[in-house]
Write a protein that binds this ligand. Structure first.
Ligand SMILES: Nc1nc2c(c(=O)[nH]1)N[C@H]1C(S)=C(S)[C@@H](COP(=O)(O)O)O[C@H]1N2
Ligand SMILES: [Mo]
Length: 336
C-alpha cells in the first residue's frame, strides 16, 4: 500500500512542482553523484518528464482517417494542444508510469479485433466489434479541455459519440443507478499489468464508474479518435471514455466492459488512496488535493513542457453551466 501511494505521490508531486524548484532538485542529485535512473521510482518518473519530447524514435502511425460532424457541445474557441504532445505525454499505467512509456510501449497493442460488452441491469445487453465502433453511431468532433489531477491540462479535439447513445440502445431497467467500466486485462500485452513496479502498484484491470445521470449527460463521450484520426494505443484505442468536467483519471482507456448496476462501483484510484481520490473527482479549484493545490494548472500548448503557461483552474473544468445541476445540494468538499 505504501509503495502504491509513493508511486502516485512522486508522479503527481514532480508534476506539480514549479520548474525552478524541480531543476534545483535535479542539480542536487547530480552533485551527489546520483543519476535519476539510479533511483527506482523517482528515476522513472522524472526521466519521463524530460524524455517525453526527446529523440523518441518515430513509430509507425497505425491511425486511420476519421471524420466527425460538428457539435454544439464542442469548444471551438480553445487553442489546441499540439497533436504530438497528446500522443507522447500520457498516463496509461498498463504500459508504465513514465509519461513517455505508453507511446514507447503500446505500439504493438492489438486493438482490432476488439469486443466491448454492455450488460447488467439492461433489457438489451449486446457486444460491439471493432468496426461497429465507427459505424453504428454518428461520430462527432468535440474539442474539450482535459484536466489531470496532477495539475496539468490539454485541449483535445476528440472524435466520438455520446455514451448516452450506447446506454439507450441497451435500454437500462429502472433499478440501474450507476455505470461501471473496465479496461482490457491482458498482462501479455500490457507490461504494467505483468509487473507491480512497472504498473505503479495498481490491481488491474483498471476500473471506473459514473452515476447514471452523469453517464447520460450529453457532454459524456465515448471517444474513438482525435485530431481527425482513430485513437493511438497510448490514448486508449480503440475506445475510451471522456468526461471533460472530471479529473482525467475518470476517463478510462481501452474499454472492454460497461455494466449497469444499482451500486456505486469501485474505482481504481479511489481503491488505491481513498482519502486523495474520490468517486466523483469533479474538477474543483476550491478543493485541494491533500498534498497540492488544485487552484491552477500547467497548460500544455506549443513549446517546451516547462515553459507551458500556468492558468487558473475553472470550476467543473469550465463546464459549470452544463453540469452544476447534477450536484445540487451535495457537499463537494466531502464528495470529492
Ligand atoms: N486504463 C487506464 N485509463 C486511464 C489511465 C490509466 O492509467 N489506465 N490514466 C488516466 C489519467 S490519470 C489521465 S490524465 C488520462 C490521460 O489520457 P491521455 O493520455 O489520452 O491524455 O487517462 C486516464 N485513463
Ligand atoms: Mo490524470
Amino acid at each position: 500500500m505504501i509503495i502504491k501511494k509513493k508511486a502516485k505521490w512522486q508522479l503527481a508531486e514532480s508534476d506539480a512542482t514549479p520548474e525552478s524548484v524541480y531543476h534545483q532538485r535535479r542539480d542536487i542529485l547530480k552533485k551527489l553523484g546520483i543519476t535519476l535512473a539510479a533511483l527506482p521510482l523517482a528515476g522513472q518518473v522524472n526521466a519521463g518528464l524530460f524524455d517525453s519530447f526527446g529523440k523518441n524514435a518515430e513509430t509507425p502511425d497505425r491511425r486511420r482517417t476519421l471524420a466527425g460532424k460538428s457539435s454544439s457541445y464542442s469548444n471551438p474557441q480553445l487553442s489546441l494542444t499540439p497533436e504530438d504532445k497528446i500522443l507522447k505525454y500520457n498516463n496509461f499505467y498498463e504500459f508504465g508510469t513514465d509519461k513517455s512509456d505508453p507511446a514507447a510501449r503500446a505500439q504493438n497493442f492489438k486493438t482490432n479485433p476488439w469486443n466491448i460488452e454492455i450488460k447488467g441491469l439492461v433489457r438489451n445487453p449486446f457486444t460491439l466489434g471493432y468496426e461497429d465502433l465507427f459505424k453504428r453511431f454518428t461520430i462527432e468532433e468535440r474539442i474539450y479541455r482535459l484536466r489531470c489531477v496532477e495539475a496539468w491540462s490539454m485541449n483535445i479535439p476528440w472524435l466520438g459519440f455520446p455514451l448516452a447513445a450506447l446506454i439507450k440502445a441497451a435500454s437500462p431497467t429502472s433499478s440501474a443507478k450507476y455505470v461501471a467500466f473496465e479496461t482490457l486485462y491482458d498482462p501479455d500485452q500490457m507490461p504494467g499489468q505483468a509487473s507491480r513496479r512497472l504498473g505503479g502498484g495498481i490491481d488491474y484491470p483498471y476500473v471506473e464508474g459514473l452515476r447514471l445521470d452523469e453517464a447520460m449527460h450529453p457532454l459524456t463521450l465515448l471517444s474513438v479518435g482525435l485530431y481527425g484520426k482513430t485513437l493511438a494505443p497510448q490514448n486508449g484505442a480503440p475506445i475510451r471514455l471522456v468526461v471533460p468536467w472530471k479529473y482525467g483519471f475518470k476517463s478510462i482507456k481501452s474499454i472492454v466492459k460497461i455494466t449497469l448496476t444499482d451500486k456505486m462501483p469501485p474505482t481504481t484510484w479511489n481503491i488505491l488512496a481513498p482519502q486523495e481520490y474520490g468517486f466523483y473527482a469533479n474538477v474543483n479549484p476550491k478543493v485541494d488535493h491533500p498534498r497540492w493545490s488544485q487552484a491552477s494548472e500547467r497548460f500544455i500548448g506549443e513549446g517546451n513542457l516547462f515553459s507551458s503557461r500556468r492558468q487558473p483552474t475553472k470550476m467543473f473544468n469550465g463546464y459549470e453551466a452544463q453540469v452544476a445541476g447534477l450536484y445540487r445540494g451535495m457537499d463537494l468538499t466531502r464528495n470529492y
